[in-house]
Design a protein around this ligand. Structure first.
Ligand SMILES: NC(=O)c1ccc[n+]([C@@H]2O[C@H](COP(=O)([O-])OP(=O)(O)OC[C@H]3O[C@@H](n4cnc5c(N)ncnc54)[C@H](O)[C@@H]3O)[C@@H](O)[C@H]2O)c1
Length: 459
């Protein structure tokens, strides 16, 4: 008889587990979905009107399903739901290791391992364990060996179902994915999970591979995306010194259908919890198989990104530093702190590195963001020399320089004619996302520096 998944549980109620399970519950009212997490505060927030994750459309999806076939529970309460589940997703964080072998590069699998132990302790009958977290290739071996310690009579099958959603567009990406990937060894398990996605995803978009290909594909997909950002960012520096315009170059290059136009926006650099972590994981895996050249190739994508952030901070400092290079007494308005628009996530946001570099040189910062809380800003930057502004206007007051670090749409339409008077005379606007209306900024008598376009003097 074909396997049918009627009850599912998901361990990890983060940026991936919460939205992914909410969409599954929304699309499959007959499937009972439980999301559990160690973090009681996060679970309380998922059960409130103030969700812990900001994503356009998420609140609506949650409000349709929560209390019907979607619940968020703490770890202790979750054990019974794991016991009853036909399938358990593991959607916990897999950060870069900070200590031990592979520190600074390898993925830290301790949270995944503790989920595997929890599942081994509580599962009953036959349970499909689904890796939703991004894992190093062959991590399923480690999960399998932990599950092998379960009580006699309890059996498992493992699938890899990595998530490709992007923060800021998570709900759209989940509702209309380019592809859903299911890697596994047993066709009946793959078919059972595919049957869930088939409720709203066309069959041709559900790809099935072996376990190792699925695990590796997720790392490679992120590596390729990050590589495009570093590629265009490397060209942005070349544009600035040659007088070419990176937007024009990107448009021409992207018009080649073999290359395509997406992910060719020059910027202050990529951020987010995944790109760097997944690149480092790929680098570590390559090194551990002795593939030094492969590791060095991908390392350069990371290095270029770090360089772009430093380069951007130094461009902000250059016109306002004193003879000794100090920014003491200089106030810089930071517009945007999230790693991209439409999210409140600040993990690995380029704003952290840019701001820290400016603070280290003595600058005072006035930081504005539409969704990031003052606590998040302060936990990354500390309080010394950091003011969190409630509006862009407040951040700009008395600023010697301005840096746009997140591409929030509202920044693109700021009224520079009205705002120019708030800035110190001679203040330069540095557009780290190339979203400002260059002509409007210039008409307001301001100097704009865009990434990959060099200096644009006042009209
Ligand atoms: N954030 C993204 O855009 C994104 C996209 C695709 C894939 N991923 C991958 O998905 C995974 C999860 O990412 P995230 O951004 O949702 O992370 P997150 O940090 O937002 O959420 C992880 C959650 O897991 C919980 N947790 C950790 N160990 C636990 C345990 N043993 N039992 C119960 N709960 C536990 C944490 O408390 C946390 O709430 C990672 O592997 C990540 O690489 C993330």
């Amino acid at each position: 008889m074909a396997l049918s998944l009627r009850k599912i549980a998901c361990i990890g109620a983060g940026y991936v587990g919460g939205p992914t399970m909410a969409v599954i519950a929304d699309r499959c009212p007959d499937i009972d979905v439980t999301v559990l997490d160690l973090n009681a505060e996060r679970i309380a927030a998922w059960n409130s009107e103030d969700l812990p994750v900001y994503e356009p459309g998420l609140a609506e999806v949650v409000s349709r399903a929560r209390g019907r076939n979607l619940r968020f529970v703490g770890q202790a309460e979750g054990a019974a739901y794991v016991a009853a589940a036909d399938a358990v997703f593991i959607s916990v964080n897999t950060p870069t290791k900070t200590e031990g072998e592979g520190a600074g590069k390898a993925s830290d699998l301790r949270y995944v391992e503790s989920c595997a132990r929890f599942i081994a302790a509580h599962a009953t009958g036959h349970t499909i364990v689904i890796e939703k977290s991004t894992m190093p290739v062959r991590a399923a071996d480690c999960v399998k060996s932990i599950l092998a310690t379960a009580r006699p009579g309890v059996t498992f099958d493992i699938l890899s179902n990595p998530e490709f959603l992007a923060e800021g567009t998570a709900i759209r990406d989940l509702e209309q994915p380019d592809r859903v990937l299911i890697g596994g060894e047993r066709p009946e398990s793959i078919a059972a999970l595919a049957e869930i996605y088939r409720r709203w995803v066309p069959a041709e978009r559900i790809l099935s591979t072996g376990l190792w290909s699925a695990e590796l594909s997720k790392l490679v997909a992120n590596a390729f995306l990050a590589q495009r950002v570093s590629s265009i960012n490397s060209i942005s520096a070349l544009c600035e010194v040659t007088g070419a315009d990176v937007e024009e170059v990107a448009a021409v290059v992207g018009a080649d259908s073999r290359i395509g136009p997406k992910f060719l926006r020059a910027s202050v650099g990529f951020g987010g919890s995944c790109f760097q972590k997944d690149l480092l994981s790929l680098i570590y895996i390559s090194e551990s198989y002795g593939l030094t050249e492969v590791a060095a190739y991908w390392q350069q994508v990371v290095d270029l990104n770090q360089w772009q952030k430093r380069r951007f901070a130094d461009l902000i400092a250059a016109p306002i530093a004193d003879g000794a290079g100090s920014l003491r007494g200089r106030r810089i308005a930071i517009l945007g702190f999230a790693f991209k628009k439409d999210t409140n996530d600040v993990r690995e946001t380029p704003a952290i590195d840019v701001c820290r570099r400016l603070l280290a040189r003595g600058a005072t910062l006035a930081v504005h963001d539409y969704r990031v809380t003052p606590e998040s800003v302060r936990s990354e930057l500390g309080a010394l020399g950091v003011e969190v502004a409630a509006t862009p206007e407040a951040a700009l007051a008395g600023a010697d320089g301005v840096a746009v670090l997140t591409e929030w749409s509202a920044y693109a339409t700021l009224d520079w004619a009205r705002l120019a008077g708030r800035l110190k005379v001679g203040a330069v606007i540095h557009d780290g996302r190339n979203i400002l209306d260059a002509a409007a900024v210039r008409r307001a008598g301001l100097t704009l520096r865009s990434i990959g376009r060099g200096a644009q003097p006042n009209a």
